[in-house]
Design a protein around this ligand. Sequence first.
Ligand SMILES: O=C(O)COP(=O)(O)O
Ligand SMILES: [Mg+2]
Length: 230
Amino acid sequence: MHQPAPSPLVVFDLDGTLVDTAPDLIDTLNGLLVREGMASVPFDEARRFIGGGARLLIERGLSAHGRASGPADIDRLYAVYVDDYAARIAALSRPFPGLEDALDSLAGLGCRFAVCTNKLERLSVKLLEALGLAGRFPVICGQDTFAVMKPHPEALLGTIAAAAGSPAATVMVGDSATDIATAKAAGVPVVAVDFGYTEVPVARFDPDRVISRYADLPAAVAELLGLRAG
Ligand SMILES: O=C(O)COP(=O)(O)O
Ligand SMILES: [Mg+2]
């Protein structure tokens, strides 16, 4: 007896992929820096600090001011950051254009959806709930869901398992070198969006596809997984 093949799964990164969170992340970081007696980091510079989780964002913010920081400093600032960010979670953050239509088309191809992010799980759920998107993603895994975070492949493989999917029937969608490395290590094809947060153009990391707008995602996923409409 053959097991029925698991339905195709699309696993999305969150910051810079599903949602343009940079304004709220950067306002939170800059609020923290100003209270510590430092200047704000310019938006375009701070945007490139996103992608490795909040701790790294704070470390990069401090080192932009030439401030060396020990783990105790980061721990203290991180606790404040998480509360401040939670309070403004979707003040300015919005889904990238065309996302919902692309999800509708992908659902029409039989795809299910999950999130694998380096944001804390509870903040990820809160953000997607605030934007009315949580119902689209029955599985939302964050940096603290598993013992490891991206780029460790187990973060993605754990997300796929939680969604009762199979790596062979999954596509990852992300905006950063971290996402591409994670997918490659897990043996999962990856579509990179080029409108997210990265210092180096994503094409440089050799993803399977690069898209510049969500309208192009359904065809890319269909091609990578050999899906047909209907
Ligand atoms: O907030 C971050 O720095 C990371 O988030 P992401 O994994 O959803 O890009
Ligand atoms: Mg990202």
